[in-house]
Design a protein around this ligand. Sequence first.
Ligand code: GLU
Length: 440
Amino acid sequence: MSRPLRVRFAPSPTGKLHLGNIRTAVVNWLHARSQGGVFLLRMDDTDTERSTQAYADGIQADLRWLGLDWDDFARQSDRTDRYDLARDKLIADGRLYPCYETADELALKRKSQLQRGKPPIYDRAALALTDAQKAEFEAQGRLPHWRFRLVDGDIDWLDLVRGASHFEAQYLSDPVLIREDGRYLYTLSSVVDDIELDVTDIIRGEDHVANTAVQVQLFQALGGAVPTFGHLPLITDAEGQGLSKRLGSASVELFKADGIEPLAIVAYLAALGTPDAPKVVTSVADLAEDYDIGRYGRATPKASMDEVMQLNTRVIHALDFADMADKLPGWDAELWDVLKENVEQYAQAPEVLAMVKGDIQPVIEEPDFIAEAAKLLPEAWGAQTWKDWTDAVKQATGRKGKQLFMPLRLAITGQAKGPEMATLLPLIDRERVLERLAVA
Ligand code: GLU
């Protein structure tokens, strides 16, 4: 029987979320939501020097802002006793062994291996140490770090993104699981948690592929079910150069400052790397509807903030006014309906609103014509006004078409393009229209 789907997003709280790990969160969340699975948030905070509570809080606030809710929460720093148990089991089973080499000694070994044309794999010299030798190292004050002993042979998995994936254990170094100071490394803590928290699918960046190879053996050594893996190719910017500083550090803070709707980010990242165009939706749950992680290709996706902004425009136009009201001070639903096509980003909203309620710079190239038209402005103010007015101006001046409409539009809005004048005009106070027509 297959286990119910459980995924986790496992950021290290050593910094803010950025585009790359937001994408990992989005993909995991949608994979879970599309299949009625569980989404777990796990703080990988075993690196006690770099992890902070402030970053952990910030990550949670960012996920909430994005609309990515979690069903379960875990923190690695709470779970050290679980890692102790795993350590003891691995030692008892002969799969975890102490090593005493310093970083310099290891670097030398690697150098000489490379000089001899050999792959720089840990030579397992520590396995041959006698108890007396170990005792001597310890007497010198050297503390051991601990390595996981890999078993020679093929490591294969069917990756949700990369397809059939293959490693040979003899070409991998036995990974260090415990540092000299006793702290556990992510390689171990992650597998212990994935087993105990029943994670069925691990979806993460391609930078973890080699970790996966050794973690597969760790799952087996600890008696856990090996989960399904999916490794997403890492995002680059439009030039394909890795993430530029701007894009790489693009954080929720920046998105907020740029007036980007969370829906635009989530929809953009959901589609990035698939052949599909991003969807314009009004809730993140809608994105889960026909979501399929199999749509991601192996090619490097190129992200662009311009594309995000374009999608943002479409999202802003699709949302209900009520959901954006706080970002549109001075607006109401009716005004928004009429004028939104002129607002590509929230930053432009005040200027567009000014067409109706504020000060604009009227453009008047033919003052005589405008003065004549102003005299004919109807008293009755409503849906008919524009038609009645332009009919009257046409009769009086003989003008028609663009020659008639454009000077009026330019005088009243200051712009050559904009909403239908018939709809716009009655939204502006008659007095205000007269003032604008009077500027010469
Ligand atoms: N804490 C790890 C990271 O941020 C998690 C990787 C994983 O998903 O296993 O890279």
